[in-house]
Structures are given as structure tokens and as C-alpha cells.
Design a protein around this ligand. Structure first.
Ligand code: SF4
Length: 224
């Protein structure tokens, strides 16, 4: 039997591996990806079943596959320790799609905040300015919806978001009004969910079942 040959094997198809597969195949490489769990379909995501998705953790690892030990002297115990999805697309399948950039000062915590006893705090070897073009590419590839001028604490950016922010619901409007009265500066969280048709994907239908669920119409950006 003939064997397929590949240039690269990527293990994991979520936020890290999935993005690498995209970049490597775009560069002409033959890539094989390994992932634990099933290739779920839109039909799987159509069921906004809270019991199935949130309580029984359908998308996550079977509990016996996760282990944890508090120290090297004790036995590892199986249990529920994380919400790492167990399917093609990895945890981007059920993420809530919040898409923040680090602030410039977050790359220099040691320099800005000083040493902390007992901690190995360090500055990153790269800074915000070096990362900025890559943040921009990721935002435009994933179709982030947000208000580029809304967050006064964000680092400088050369380009806005590709999609406008989502409309505020009544609760958000009231919360924002109250926060402003108290002197705060509320702004819409940037999310990788289409507020308009973008990238061959439709706009969100506002069913609200994003986190812990897959998006049945692909309004939420993922790698699956
Ligand atoms: S349509 Fe919108 S609300 Fe529904 S799962 Fe997709 S992104 Fe979330």
C-alpha cells in the first residue's frame, strides 16, 4: 500500500495548531494533523442543549483522560480539571470568542511592576510594537467585531477592526450607563463573532449559546 508523505505533522487543531495548518498549507506544504476526538458537524451544534453541553460536557475530554497531581509525591487523580475540547478544532470550538490584545505594559511586567517575592516575573523578549502587525492579521483573518476607539487603555493600532461592534442589549446599555455615571469607561469586548457577513461566514443570529457550544452557522470564528 502506498504511503502518503507529508512535510509537517501538526498535533492539535485548535488556536495554535489550526492557525499553523492554515499558514503551512498556504505556503504550499503538505500537512497532516492529529486530533483526539470526533469531527463534529453543524448538526451536532444545532442542539442548544444545556444539560448535554454545559452539565455533561459533551465537547470536553472524557474525565478519565484528565489527571492532576498536587506534587510529585502523590498519585495523579483523574477528574475534571479543564475545559479543553475533545474534537477537531480543539477548544476554539466552544470558546466565547473574546479577542483581546495584550496592552503594551503587559509585555514588561518586571520592568513596570518590579520583582515579586517568590515569583519568577520576567519581561517578554518581544514588545507590543513587534506583535502589532500579527495582532492585526489575526483580527482580520478571524473577523473581530469591536470598537477600535472604545478602549482608552488599549495599545496603539494601525488599523481598526474588520467588523463593527455588536449591538448592545438592554442589559448592556443599562450597565454601560451606570458605569459611565460612576466614572468608568465601558466599551464593547472585541469578539471573533461576525456582526455582519464577513469572510464567507454569516452574521450572528444572537441565540446566545456560544461558550460551551459550537456555532451551528459559523458566525463565530473557529479553526474546525
Ligand atoms: S449564531 Fe451567534 S450567538 Fe449563536 S452560537 Fe453562533 S456566534 Fe454564538
Amino acid at each position: 500500500m502506498a504511503k502518503d508523505e507529508f512535510d509537517v505533522c501538526v498535533i492539535g487543531t485548535g488556536a495554535g495548531g489550526g492557525v499553523m495548518i492554515d499558514q503551512l498549507t498556504a505556503a504550499g506544504m503538505r500537512v497532516v494533523a492529529l486530533e483526539r476526538g470526533a469531527q463534529l458537524t453543524n448538526a451536532d451544534f444545532m442542539r442548544d442543549d444545556e444539560l448535554e453541553n454545559v452539565v455533561r460536557d459533551t465537547l470536553f475530554s472524557p474525565h478519565q483522560l484528565e489527571t492532576f497531581r498536587a506534587s510529585e509525591d502523590v498519585k495523579a487523580e483523574p477528574g475534571r480539571y479543564s475545559q479543553i475540547a475533545h474534537c477537531v478544532g480543539g477548544t476554539l470550538t466552544h470558546w466565547a470568542a473574546w479577542s483581546w490584545r495584550f496592552r503594551p505594559d503587559e509585555f514588561e511586567l518586571l520592568s513596570k511592576e518590579g520583582p515579586v517575592d517568590g515569583a519568577s516575573l520576567a519581561d517578554w523578549p518581544i514588545g507590543y510594537d513587534e506583535m502589532e502587525p500579527f495582532y492585526e492579521k489575526a483580527e482580520w483573518d478571524f473577523g473581530i467585531a469591536g470598537d477600535a476607539r472604545g478602549n482608552p487603555f488599549a495599545g496603539p493600532r494601525k488599523k481598526g477592526f474588520p467588523n463593527p461592534p455588536h449591538p448592545e442589549r438592554v442589559g448592556a446599555q443599562r450597565f454601560a450607563a451606570g458605569a459611565r455615571k460612576l466614572g468608568y469607561t465601558p466599551f464593547p469586548v472585541p469578539v471573533a463573532i461576525n456582526s455582519q457577513a464577513y469572510g464567507g461566514r454569516p452574521r450572528c443570529m444572537y441565540g446566545g449559546a456560544c461558550r460551551s457550544y459550537g456555532c451551528p452557522i459559523h458566525a463565530k470564528a473557529t479553526t474546525y
